[in-house]
Design a protein around this ligand. Structure first.
Ligand code: S3P
Length: 171
């Protein structure tokens, strides 16, 4: 089976949906932010504050390149990963790309304190979300499927992905 790649903006449910989907399909789950943290030996927030976004993007490219040939797995990416064309190519390779979306209001609500999202450390987080979303729309729209998670439970989103891909729960 191809790899299933879950992408989309911060707080759209990528990790929760990816984890559940992997469980339903009995496939390994990989989260690019987790792999970056393992590589760096520190959290994403610490990488941003100590080394800067450029270094984070460098690690992100390395991690995603290492997943280019992966198959039979579910991958959740960080929200900015597919802005890089190399990343998009590597994720697309042997993969189907699913973009999760949510309205800016729902994103803001889910993000809460924003402690773990350095890109949203901003005096006007709602405006920041709207701007970032607008600038990333052309990239997110390249996904094979897009699912609005604003009003949906994690289980519903995972079921929808199974239906879209014509897959059945395993075991
Ligand atoms: C980012 C999203 C984050 C993380 C990093 C950058 C982004 O992941 O990769 O803070 O550029 O949108 P989540 O989308 O899982 O929050």
């Amino acid at each position: 089976m191809r790899k299933i790649v879950i992408t989309g903006f911060m707080a759209t449910g990528k990790t929760a949906v990816g984890l559940l989907l992997a469980k339903m399909l009995d496939l390994p789950f990989l989260d690019t932010d987790d792999l970056i943290e393992e590589r760096a030996g520190k959290s994403v927030a610490d990488i941003f504050s100590a080394d800067g976004e450029a270094y984070f993007r460098h690690l992100e490219r390395e991690v995603i390149a290492s997943l280019a040939e992966a198959e039979d797995c579910v991958i959740a990416t960080g929200g900015g990963a597919i802005v890089d064309p190399e990343n998009l190519r590597a994720l697309r390779n042997k993969g189907v790309l699913i973009c999760l979306t949510a309205t800016p209001h729902v994103i803001l609500e889910r993000v809460g304190t924003m402690d773990h999202r350095p890109l949203l450390h901003h005096p006007k987080p709602f405006q920041r979300i709207e701007e970032l979303l607008a600038s990333r729309l052309p990239f997110y729209s390249q996904a094979d499927f897009s699912i609005d998670t604003s009003m949906a439970r994690v289980e519903e989103v995972a079921d929808r992905i199974l239906t879209l891909l014509g897959l059945e729960v395993k075991g």
